[in-house]
Design a binder for this molecule. Sequence first.
Ligand code: GLA
Length: 404
Amino acid sequence: MSTTGSPAAAFLQAPARAAAAEAVADAYLATYGETPEGVWSAPGRVNLVGEHVDYTGGLCLPLALPHRTFVALSPRHDDVVRVRSAQEAGADWEGSLADVGPGSPAGWAAYVAGVPWAMGSAHGFDAVVDGHVPLGAGLSSSAALECAVAIALADLAELPTDDAGRAELAGACVQAENVVAGANTGGMDQAASLRCREGGAILLDTRDDAVVHLPLDLAGAGLALLVVDTRAVHSHSGGEYGARRADVERAARVLGVPDLRALDPADLDEALQRLAGESGGEVLQRRVRHAVTEIERVARTADLLRAGRVREVAPLLDASHESLRHDYEVSCRELDLAVDTARAAGALAARMTGGGFGGSAVALVERAAVGEVAAAVGAAFARERLRAPRFLAAQPSAGAGRDA
Ligand code: GLA
């Protein structure tokens, strides 16, 4: 199939915030027979670089997507939580906060009920949630859901929602995800959803959760960040994510460091030699090489963004993908195909983003070439008889906030 003959690639547009907020408020009225106390929303994220290092003290550089999850919510006087999802028809959840804890509730409700549990809330709420972050695409739809609930509860409880307050809320959302939902992920997604600002990315230091806001003027540089949702299934509660985390923790123990951030890149070769004698040492060496080089790539990318030299980050993004593909082994056939095709079609750089094993890739492309690169990726997937990928444009957007 020729690229020119293929249908236009499917782009997922984010709805206007005001319209989406109104829709979820209407759904609340239809569900509970009264208007909600308010409407809040939180975005999904895409990570520019700094992958699989947020659980080893590393640096990440995520930005918030324009695609958000909305929650219409009213507090209750008792400890009951009732929630309906526009995405999960017939799967309303109702329970008492006293019954929320490790592993309970199961399914999507964990990302809602886990948040008041982690925040130590005494009171429950009624809520309707409506998500516009594509599900299962590695774009943090679950963090968007947690963070929308967290910002709503914080606002109603008059907790601080400045950056320090948001860092606290992100911590609670991570607790909800790790303990209640049982997905042992790091903290990047929640920090991005709560702490990003429009027009920029955040440099997140996961050692102390410090955030530096960096400008990311893609349009000003004539560029766009094209996200390719490969639609290959990924899951973080699955074993591979946990296995990588275990590898990294074991390597740090063997090397006698608290985390891999503590390894100076100048000492990498020596560290790799020390791992050689361990059982499975060759695998550990590759995991460590990924983490140490990836953290350095983030630092270098951040320096370039600070200097407004956006185009020059391209080789760092490409190198990140190769490291994730060969050393960390979290890519997959669909991600590699998206990355290779995007590069061949003229992208300045491309890499997988997020947890991997499916999910999304991201490509840095000339603004004028977005449609062409997307069409080429779509055509390559069709040739390989893979599910048609979906696309979205990642403009750096605002973090969680109140809509109405
Ligand atoms: C998932 C996790 C994050 C992070 C990324 C990989 O998105 O939720 O904590 O580990 O994978 O960078």
